[in-house]
Design a protein around this ligand. Structure first.
Ligand SMILES: Nc1ncnc2c1ncn2[C@@H]1O[C@H](COP(=O)(O)OP(=O)(O)OP(=O)(O)O)[C@@H](O)[C@H]1O
Ligand SMILES: [Mg+2]
Length: 353
């Protein structure tokens, strides 16, 4: 059977928005309907960010299409979720006045590649001509200084407008500071909650970051006090979540996404990055081995209604470059440029709303 846009709309009148009890078509929530062969896509617009019903409405819409139009209709993952307004949360606007976009790079679990993504995304954005700052806020394992081979560099302070301000270091066009310059990693565990939060706040407010297009924050993994302090004190424009495809990592990533999307926090999650998605040995360049499982990132992105911004394979050069203090972006430009472009597009979409 060939499907028309009208078939889709007719079918979707069977789905109700629980908040009003009205069907989603007459509520004006359905748009951008497109049919290409078996592939059906459309958008659903919700009034508020973090609408409590958005996931269940997306699921119900998918189910309705499959029930009424047939099992072989390809609709899962093709429903774009849009929000009309973002919640207004009062934040300290005087922090980072010259910064246009603050992007938090987050992971539920440690060791999944958050710092690798933060560093290489920053260098990719800088290579596209943007002014970029990077803050390594990972109190448990600051690794940006090592990734930039800057562990032994000193941070200077200068007087600006009557205030002593730290001058961020700069590598590959990226200005950066790290909590690692101030804390001996061996003592990191004693830095708890608000103390760590305040130290981080100083790295933000007492540093001369100047005018920046993107300020990337390598967040500590997990959803504790430090993360909340940061998120509540800064006007974060968007978060990206890094995960590996294993179930445990996905479960933790899910928790993290919920923290950002929580009504009180109200930070849009711009998308997911699946790291260590597969491994291709150099001698078998056409083979992909899904060491940590296949398609986990894609499924989680679909479930949460957020885009999959990039899939990064396991590449030996990524591991080596991290250890040697040279961003792997310099060799693997394609992956990180496409991540940077996808992020910019998604972020612009949210800014225009
Ligand atoms: N795609 C990849 N291919 C190969 N090695 C990788 C890849 N991604 C990350 N690594 C390596 O895995 C290790 C962990 O990565 P990274 O430090 O970026 O993770 P993290 O999430 O920031 O960890 P932490 O929680 O400790 O801060 C590093 O040694 C890094 O070089
Ligand atoms: Mg890290």
């Amino acid at each position: 059977m060939s499907i028309s846009a009208q078939n889709i709309l007719d079918t979707l009148t069977h789905v109700r928005y629980p908040g009003t009890g009205k069907d989603i078509v007459s509520s004006g929530m359905v748009g951008d309907v497109s049919v290409e062969g078996n592939k059906v896509s459309f958008s659903l617009t919700f009034q508020k960010a973090n609408d409590p019903f958005f996931k269940s409405v997306v699921k119900a819409a998918e189910q309705a299409i499959i029930t009424y139009l047939g099992e072989d209709v390809d609709v899962r993952g093709h429903i774009a979720v849009k929000f009309k307004e973002l919640p207004q949360v009062s934040k300290d606007e005087s922090l980072l006045p010259g910064v246009k976009n603050i992007i938090a790079v987050f992971s539920g679990k440690g060791g999944v590649g958050k710092s690798t993504v933060s560093v290489n995304l920053s260098v990719a954005l800088a290579s596209l001509g943007y002014k970029v700052g990077l803050l390594d806020a990972d109190i448990h394992g600051p690794s940006v200084p090592k990734m930039f081979a800057a562990e032994h560099e000193q941070v200077m302070a200068e007087e600006r407008n009557g205030k002593q301000l730290m001058i961020p270091l700069e590598k590959y066009g990226v200005k950066f500071l790290s909590i690692g310059f101030f804390v001996d990693p061996k003592n990191a565990l004693v830095w708890r909650g608000t103390i760590a939060g305040n130290a981080l706040k100083q790295l933000i407010s007492d540093a001369h970051w100047g005018e920046l297009d993107y300020f990337v924050i390598d967040m500590p993994p997990g959803t504790g006090d430090i993360q909340l302090t940061l998120v509540q004190n800064l006007s974060i424009t968007g978060a990206i979540v890094v995960t590996t495809p294993q179930e445990v990592a996905l479960a933790d990533a899910r928790k993290g996404v919920n923290m950002f999307m929580n009504e009180k926090v109200g930070v849009p999650v711009l998308g997911l990055v699946e790291n260590m998605a597969w491994f291709t040995p150099a001698e078998l360049p056409d083979n992909k081995y899904y060491i940590f499982g296949k398609g986990g990132g894609e499924r989680l992105a679909q479930e949460l209604g957020i885009p999959l911004l990039a899939q990064i394979p396991i590449v030996q050069s990524i591991c080596e470059s991290g250890d040697e203090g040279r961003p792997v972006f310099l060799e693997e430009k394609g992956i990180f440029l496409s991540l940077a472009r996808n992020l910019i597009n998604k972020n612009n979409e949210f800014q225009q709303k």
